[in-house]
Ligand binder design. Structure first.
Ligand code: ADP
Ligand code: MG
Length: 572
């Protein structure tokens, strides 16, 4: 039978696959397994609407390796393909969204990025050509008598011939490429590798993925051997069918069906932590976008958290299939400490369902996750103060940056979550707690910036305010004051640095008069002092804010002395 040519665009994609330099070629297995699962879904759907005599438990996907033939075979008992379907589905890339996307963005996607599109969304069946030099697809469509074999070695076309196959379903035989100097394709014929790939990408496929695997067990010792104290146990090797995937992901279960231990165990295994998480957030949403999300707040700061190396993001699954290891778009920067995953059936594994739509879905989910994380944190703050303070010690700095960064566009989302040390309460307090304690005549939310709480306690500028019974928020991180400036006000109360010139404190008539008098009397002295300081200060005057200290510095600009220091330390 004559070879048929691939359609032009399919040919180009094939070419890309065959010569792929993509480092994660392993995703081919995910693609093939997903297709098998889709085909089973289709037949399963039929069993619900017509009497096929098949029950759900009958479905499976099976893997088999023949090392001599260098073949990896993936069999499913799904809906199969007719001859026409083979022709249409494997000979051409229908609605090739991925190719279109690639072309439209060609200029932006030089080299590596282009390949990443393959990695993240897959291009389906053809990705197998990254590792296989020849592919045979043997399939019998549901309700058909005749089976067919599609065969191709790549760009030079394909053939479809009649063949024998008893059962409905599809068998895909991948003839794995020979090893080269820099590529060990033979790995994909190794049991351990295949097992690992299934665990990594296809663990939550809803049908069992079976393989006959090598196992070892200890030989039962004879009585004589048991009596021998030098006896070392012997092992025997045998083969057995194993189901490689766990099928039901923990996040698809209802909350009541999962123990805290299970949640924690899953977290530690998946996100490589030794400690249980501080908080588990599990949410199953149905509606405009349907998704399950399982998120965790770590109990401690990851060692690289406040460095450039740290990458935020949630794992992204599409119906149980991993499509992205770290999807950054799912988390705002100020919640970058959240670990976890999102699984949605609304996201297509294949990019062909239009990238844009896909993006919109993702954004909608991200917005809801952000709200969810925030509400969980607020709840922690209200119900478990100690835990929240611990959380804030770990990640509060990131929240403060969150208020300040991106021109403060997230300040309103973040401000309720912030805490600062209070001079009067001697502990971390929130803005709203501060405001609720403000004195009747108090105009501003006062803050003092310095190296440590101890030093701030002794700072002369804070004396008079404390004397009046005002609370002062202590800022010991450089970011603090920047965050205040960005937030601007809380319940219409503005922030005021204790070192600012005008503290907004009303003076009595006598106080004013006394001050004026002192000013006049000491005019010459102050002028002399200013001159002696030689341009280091702009004015010297009498102050009412001091009690036990003879002198203090104030700032007449918008920013505090501390902030000036920070700004001056930034190289121009
Ligand atoms: P997609 O899965 O996004 O449709 P693929 O390139 O992965 O794209 O697969 C192309 C088509 O080939 C599928 O839509 C399906 O019709 C057919 N196909 C692939 N594998 C199988 C299979 N195991 N059983 C039945 N049909 C299959
Ligand atoms: Mg597919």
């Amino acid at each position: 039978m004559a070879k048929k040519q691939f359609k032009a665009e399919s040919k180009r994609l094939l070419d890309l696959m065959i010569n792929s330099i993509y480092t994660h070629k392993e995703i081919f297995l995910r693609e093939i397994i997903s297709n098998a699962s889709d085909a089973i879904d289709k037949l399963y759907y039929l069993t619900l609407t017509e009497n096929t005599g098949i029950s759900r438990e009958d479905f499976y996907i099976r893997l088999a390796v023949d090392k001599d033939a260098r073949s990896l075979t993936i069999t499913d008992n799904g809906i199969g393909m007719t001859k026409d379907e083979m022709e249409n589905n494997l000979g051409t890339i229908a609605r090739s969204g991925s190719l279109q996307f690639k072309e439209e963005n060609a200029d932006k996607m030089e080299g590596k990025d282009e390949i990443d599109i393959i990695g993240q969304f897959g291009v389906g069946f053809y990705s197998a050509f990254m590792v296989a030099s020849k592919i045979q697809v043997i399939s019998k469509g549901y309700g058909q008598d005749q089976a067919y074999m599609w065969e191709s070695t790549g760009v030079d076309g394909y053939s479809i011939t009649e063949c024998d196959k008893d059962d409905v379903g599809t068998q895909i035989i991948l003839y794995i490429k020979e090893d080269t100097e820099d590529e060990k394709y033979g790995e994909y014929l190794q049991e351990y590798k295949i097992k690992g790939l299934i665990k990594k990408y296809s663990d939550y496929i809803r049908y069992p993925i079976k393989m006959n695997v090598e196992k070892h067990k200890m030989k039962e010792a004879t009585e004589e051997q048991k009596a021998d104290k030098d006896y070392t146990p012997e092992y025997e090797t045998y083969r057995e069918d194993d189901t490689l995937n766990s099928m039901v992901p923990i996040w698809k279960k209802s909350k009541g069906a999962i123990t805290e231990e299970e949640y924690n165990q899953f977290y530690k295994e998946k996100f490589f932590d030794f400690e249980d998480p501080a908080k588990v957030i599990h949410t199953n949403v149905e509606g405009v976008s349907t998704y399950n999300a399982l998120m965790y707040i770590p109990a401690r700061t990851p060692y690289n958290y406040y460095t450039k190396e740290y990458e935020k993001g949630l794992q992204l699954y599409s119906s149980g299939v991993l499509i992205m290891e770290k999807c950054a778009d799912l988390l705002p920067d100020y919640f970058s400490f959240v670990k976890g995953l999102v699984d949605s059936q609304d996201l297509s594994l294949n990019i062909s369902r239009e990238m844009l739509q896909h993006d919109r879905q993702l954004k909608a989910i991200a917005v809801r996750l952000e709200k969810k994380i925030k509400s969980e944190l607020i709840e922690m703050l209200n119900t478990d103060r100690e835990k929240y303070e611990k959380f804030f010690e770990n990640f509060g700095m990131q929240l403060k940056f969150g208020a300040y960064n991106e021109y403060g566009m997230h300040k309103d989302a973040v401000k309720e979550l912030l805490m600062f040390y209070s001079s009067s309460e001697k502990k971390l307090v929130t803005f709203s707690e501060y405001v609720s304690r403000m004195k009747e005549d108090q105009k501003y939310i006062y803050y003092a910036c310095g190296e440590s709480r101890e030093k701030l306690d002794k700072q002369p500028q804070t004396e008079m305010l404390k004397d009046k019974g005002y609370e002062i928020l202590y800022c010991t991180d450089e970011i603090d004051e920047f965050a205040f400036k960005t937030i601007g006000s809380i319940e219409e109360k503005q922030f005021k640095s204790v070192s600012s010139d005008d503290l907004g404190i009303e003076e009595t008539a006598e106080e004013k008069e006394a001050l004026e008098k002192q000013k006049e009397e000491n005019k010459d002295l102050f002028e002399a002092m200013k001159e002696a300081l030689d341009g280091k200060v702009s004015e010297v005057r009498v102050s009412q804010r001091l009690k036990s200290h003879p002198v203090c510095l104030t700032s007449n600009g918008e920013i505090s002395i501390e902030m000036e220091k920070v700004l001056n330390s930034i190289p121009a």
